[in-house]
Design a protein around this ligand. Sequence first.
Ligand code: MLT
Ligand code: ZN
Length: 466
Amino acid sequence: MTPELVEMLSSVVAPGHVLADADLKASYETDWTGRFKGSASAVLRPGDAQQVAEVLRVCNEAAVAVVAQGGNTGLVGGSIPRDSAVLLSLRRLDQLEAVDEISGQVTVGAGLTLARLQDHVRASGFDFGVDIAARDSATIGGMIATNAGGTRVLRYGHMRAQVVGIEAVLADGSLISRMSGLLKDNSGYDLAGLLVGSEGTLGVVTAARLRLVPLLTKRVTALLGLDDLGAALSVVARLRSELASLDSVEVFFEPGLELVREHMRLPAPFREPHGCYLLVECASRRNPLEELGSALSAAEEVQDSAVATDGPDRERLWAYREHHTAAINAAGVPHKLDISLPVERMTSFAERVEAEVTKTIPGSRVILFGHAADGNLHVNVLGPEADDERVADAVFRLVAEHDGSISAEHGIGVAKAPWLSLTRSEADIAAMRAIKRALDPKGILNPGVIFPTAPAVASQPGEASS
Ligand code: MLT
Ligand code: ZN
């Protein structure tokens, strides 16, 4: 970046919000797992949407790449600056408007953390439909950019289902804004829907109008021990059909539980270990203990169970699931392969994935956990070097064989771009590229993310390179 450009950008966001010093830039240049590292020519911290628009106008004019970043909790390297791009941190855009109680909606800035949004709307008797473990750092803008899912997708859908309006800046600096909260609006293309999940490649989200859900204060959590994933999935089917109050159904296995227990110094949840664990939560206005209890007592697959109704006890049960990410990270730099499958094919995939990985790279440790009701497994692999792409290749080919998707909720980022064509057709990718070219003709927004620039490791010539 030329000194003239730095000066122009400093005059837009004020010199104090342009970080050029290596020490100050460092925390923006490495992802949370430590696997993805990059370099930014500068970190810019705009204070409002107009500043974002002016930054993009200037960068587009100069054909300088821009990578937007929220809380830097992404897991696919999608918000890490590469090749000296400008890093645009949205964290200062953390405004929070009063809850509109009639529509059940709220308008917030892209830089607001999920935890602050939750505190704010709960004080008005509402809740937000998406919840993720990284709630203290993850920002609403980042969650929109990746279409975050989390633990309540089975009840409320993912991020796209919560967004009723978006304000965003396009590559040329133009501001699009549709924030009046219209639930019914069929006047042309749904630009908000298009930007959700676009991973910073089509525009930079600066604010959003969000749908809220009722605050359900009566919660019951159960941890179940089962023989295997097959047994767990038949319990999921029963709970799904019997319980209107079903909020979350999370799955994990003994290797993940062991890591969590070691990392957090937790006692074993049951006297004997089990092949598979389900963490179930029900929430309602009336205590759902009885309905959950009766559904579980009819489920013969359940070998062991622990049920909690008060806050601290429920948190103790959730700890076995929510600390998986941190515990895995503490054991090494993981390959995090977030995939989804048709629910009926999860068992076959889970039975084969460890063998596929260890056949490819002997000695690897495979830890599976995820969101059982959504067909979403997080395949975490410890052992292989950070840049050893054979792990992803083996896992994603198995996903394709099972008609799944190589990304369920984390996005494609740079980590999965070479494999996009495994589970998206040539026509799909051509349509996506046409949208990208139309909205960002110079390709300044997050280059290298989503679209493959190089073929996947073990692909045949011509495959996976569209
Ligand atoms: C989770 O479900 O905990 C998140 O997707 C994070 C992760 O996969 O590590
Ligand atoms: Zn997840």
